[in-house]
Design a protein around this ligand. Structure first.
Ligand code: HEM
Length: 394
């Protein structure tokens, strides 16, 4: 039987309020328990909070378009045809340009260099004794690695994280955080136009490969700076938050740290568990192109969906004891990197970074003490603002 839209469960929760974002998991659970689809009255969007439905939506781009990926109209109208909001065929042309260079095999060549850099940064914080795991650690590593990979000039990099954070806010609903971030988009655009031109980018870099694709007629010249910028924006803050959460979760769960030290082969799984447990990307939008029949409900074509990655990753229908952080869990199919056509293009690199940091820490650190954490609030990203940390060597 098909119900009308009125029968779809309603929630007036503001999942973007600081109150909810401080600990979103009880509200996520309420949304999942309310039904496979729940109308968020404050945001005029249907929450897809369960794992199975989230994966279904992400896996079917024909029925669920990314064109209006932000949860507010203004940003969707403002941003151009970037990869993350493009549907095929434009999407595939843009993604093809860099995907070979970010494929697991290509990224593996970077492993020795990334390991060296990870060991260096771990040596530095061990020497310091106590440090802030966000500003003094997590923020330094991906900016350096992704910046060098893309071939960005050194000057101006220091402004990037703040601008990228604002950019992610703009994917949220029409709230104060979104509107306060709009003015920063102009600065981000200026950064892109000045620093991601062919001449500014280092030779043999990923950024230069984008311009090679222009020369080969694969993508239009106007798309080049924005494609470079997508890789910059997508690859920095996300990884920063993942690394800070890695430190926090390992400090909070010393038994899991001990398990990892006893069996370092668990490292890839452990980093995935961080992404499952505290997903750096919490939400992105989709638009239903067709009526979507889900259980007894019909979501009408044209509806805006809010896919809750962080909730799907805690869905007790999918995960046994979902709220337990467990480095031995089988978690290859977590949604932290998304799924389907738009699934993270940089996931092999992100995993390499996270695993290199864990390997460097496991080799030298017997205990991590951290806290209390100060939460960072962003409409899309889940992360920390600061995390006082102390490492014990042994
Ligand atoms: C732990 C770190 C990271 C996390 C949690 C993460 C998460 C995600 C998620 C959830 C998506 C899917 C968006 C959607 O479905 O609409 C995505 C897409 C994307 N990510 Fe990542 N990401 C990370 C690191 C990176 C890195 C290091 C890069 C590249 C240097 C990167 C490049 C991209 C790109 C280009 C897309 C868009 C793909 C497309 O639309 O086809 N990401 N990421």
């Amino acid at each position: 039987m098909t119900n009308s839209i009125a029968a779809i469960p309603l929630s007036d929760a503001d999942i973007f309020s600081e109150e909810v974002m401080s600990d979103p998991y009880p509200v996520f659970r309420e949304l999942r328990d309310a039904g496979p689809i729940v109308y968020l009255s404050r945001h005029d969007a249907f929450a897809v909070a369960r794992y199975q439905e989230a994966r279904h939506v992400l896996g079917d781009w024909k029925s669920f378009s990314s064109a209006d990926i932000a949860l507010n109209k203004q940003f969707n109208e403002y941003v151009g045809e970037g990869i993350i909001r493009a549907d095929p065929p434009i999407h595939d042309a843009l993604r093809g340009v860099l995907s070979a260079k970010l494929a697991p095999r290509a990224v593996r060549e970077l492993a020795p260099d990334i390991s060296r850099r990870a060991e260096k940064i771990v040596d530095t914080v061990i020497e310091q004794g106590s440090f802030d795991a966000v500003k003094g650690f997590a923020q330094r590593f991906p900016v350096e690695i992704v910046g060098d990979l893309i071939g960005l000039p050194q000057h101006g990099r220091e402004h990037l994280l703040g601008l990228i954070d604002a950019n992610f806010n703009c994917f949220g609903p029409a709230n104060d955080r979104t509107f306060a971030s709009f003015p920063k988009l102009q600065h981000l655009a200026e950064y892109v136009m000045l620093n991601t031109t062919r001449d500014e980018l280092a030779e043999d870099s990923l950024g230069r490969a984008v311009y090679d694709a222009v020369d080969a007629g694969k993508i239009p010249a106007s798309a080049a700076p924005w494609l470079v910028m997508t890789y910059v924006t997508a690859g920095m803050d996300t990884t920063v938050h993942a690394l800070a959460h890695t430190i926090w979760l390992m400090a909070e769960h010393p038994d899991q740290w001990d398990a990892l030290r006893a069996d370092p082969a668990l490292i890839p799984q452990a980093f995935r568990e961080v992404l499952r447990f505290e997903s750096p990307v919490q939400v992105f939008g989709r638009t239903a192109r067709v009526d979507w029949e889900v259980e007894d409900f019909t979501v009408p074509a044209g509806s805006r969906l809010a896919v809750l990655f962080g909730s799907g990753n805690r869905d007790e229908r999918k995960w046994t004891d979902a709220d337990r952080f467990d480095v031995q869990r089988s978690n290859i199919d977590h949604l932290g990197f998304g799924y389907g056509l738009h699934g993270c293009a940089g996931q092999a690199l992100a995993a390499l970074e996270g695993e290199a940091i864990l390997r460097a820490l496991v080799a030298r650190v017997s205990r991590i003490d951290a806290g209390p954490p100060v939460r960072h609030f962003n409409n899309v990203l889940r992360g920390l603002e600061s995390l006082p940390t102390r490492l014990t060597v042994g």
